[in-house]
Design a protein around this ligand. Sequence first.
Ligand code: AP5
Length: 221
Amino acid sequence: MDLILFGPPGAGKGTQSKFLQETLKIPQISTGDMMRAERKSGSDLGQRFDSFMSKGLLVPDDLVIELLEKRLHQDDAKGGAIFDGYPRTVPQAKALDAVLEKSGRRIGKVLSLEVPEGSIVDRISGRRTCLDCGQAYHVRYNPPPPSGRCGSCNGERVVQRSDDTEETVRTRHAAYLKDTLPILAHYGQFPGVVVAIDGMGEVDAVTKRLLGAVGLDAAGS
Ligand code: AP5
């Protein structure tokens, strides 16, 4: 099964992907996480990513598509994946469709998390992220353990992401409206593929809605 978890910055894509990958037994592929890892390595490519990410701008398609194609050829992604934060443009969506088609696959569902802009700013400005495993927390809705260490990997660095300022979030949201939202029309041509999911409420409640949309309950049956 290949799924796109779609939605504006801060909609809960990363949070929900981590739960879905456990239940569905397919990996989360987050281009944002992959780019942050590359940036952390200090490579030239990482510095190129940084020049866009730090301003809240989309990284150019050619760089992202190459990164995604390499990831899709890894063994764990051969039976399906949850795409989180990819595709971000219609050319990225078409490139993904073409790569999947080569191995007889196609996107089964685009699960579109709907969250109003006011809540997005609140969620992102309160977010804390583990620099080691990418686990997201929120200072009020899902606080990190009192030890300050990550509850998933025990990493010591649970911090605010450098692009989580209010100004950058507004730029990221504008890029979403202009470049990313048209992807829904692209997949809308395939009946039943795009499913709108209410992204508000408790994290568990949103997970149940997402699993329900792929015909499963919380136990994955
Ligand atoms: P990326 O890392 O993909 O970030 P994003 O899409 O902006 O999404 P976020 O990670 O901000 O939010 P999310 O939806 O995952 O929400 P989360 O679960 O953390 O991209 C970053 C940058 O990389 C881009 O700006 C761009 O420069 C570049 N990039 C990446 N991919 C690219 C691509 N394909 N093409 C070009 N450029 C690319 O939740 C947010 C907060 O809300 C957390 O604190 C969480 O705890 C909380 N929360 C979650 N669910 C709930 C709930 N139900 N109730 C209350 N709080 C909740």
